[in-house]
Ligand binder design. Structure first.
Ligand SMILES: [Fe+2]
Ligand SMILES: [Fe+2]
Length: 159
């Protein structure tokens, strides 16, 4: 049976409540990711999208890793619109991984999820959780970029 947004949020709270409540993650509310969407809202929307894709495709997943890797995939903690070292598209997965490892610790699945979420740029997705994140991130990025006005009306991207 199809889950509701509230049920998906309960799963995210269960596995990633500590991440959502952290100072680092909360600081992402000040950074714009795409259009008018903050990095915090984007990360949450991508996580819900990962769970929805996994359910729709009936894919057996490591749900805890899926949630945590998705929440942390853009955990680079800077405004990528401002001047910074390197090309964001290529450098931010590694920065996100360094920050996520420092603040929460990550296993091999979350590690590959974060490093490969920009595929075909960068690393190859080695796990099904990584492939799902890669797809979910692109779906949400397109939606956020082309639904700018709608996104600006609410802090949390519609899931
Ligand atoms: Fe990213
Ligand atoms: Fe992203």
């Amino acid at each position: 049976m199809k889950k509701t947004a509230t049920e998906y949020m309960a799963t995210i709270e269960e596995y990633g409540g500590d991440i959502l409540a952290s100072d680092g993650m909360r600081s992402e509310k000040q950074f714009v990711q795409h259009g008018g969407t903050t990095t915090y809202s984007h990360s949450l929307a991508v996580t819900v999208m990962c769970l929805r894709i996994a359910a729709a495709l009936h894919l057996k997943m490591h749900e805890r890793e899926l949630v945590r890797g998705a929440l942390l995939h853009d955990y680079c903690l800077y405004d990528w619109h401002k001047p910074h070292k390197g090309l964001h598209a290529f450098t931010h997965p590694k920065i996100a991984l360094e920050n996520a490892s420092r603040d929460f610790g990550v296993g091999k699945i979350e590690r590959n999820m974060i490093l490969s979420h920009m595929f075909p740029l960068g690393r190859f997705p080695r796990f099904r959780e990584s492939a799902v994140l890669c797809l979910a991130d692109k779906v949400c990025a397109v939606r956020e970029t082309f639904h700018r006005k709608k996104s600006q009306k609410s802090e949390q991207c519609e899931v």
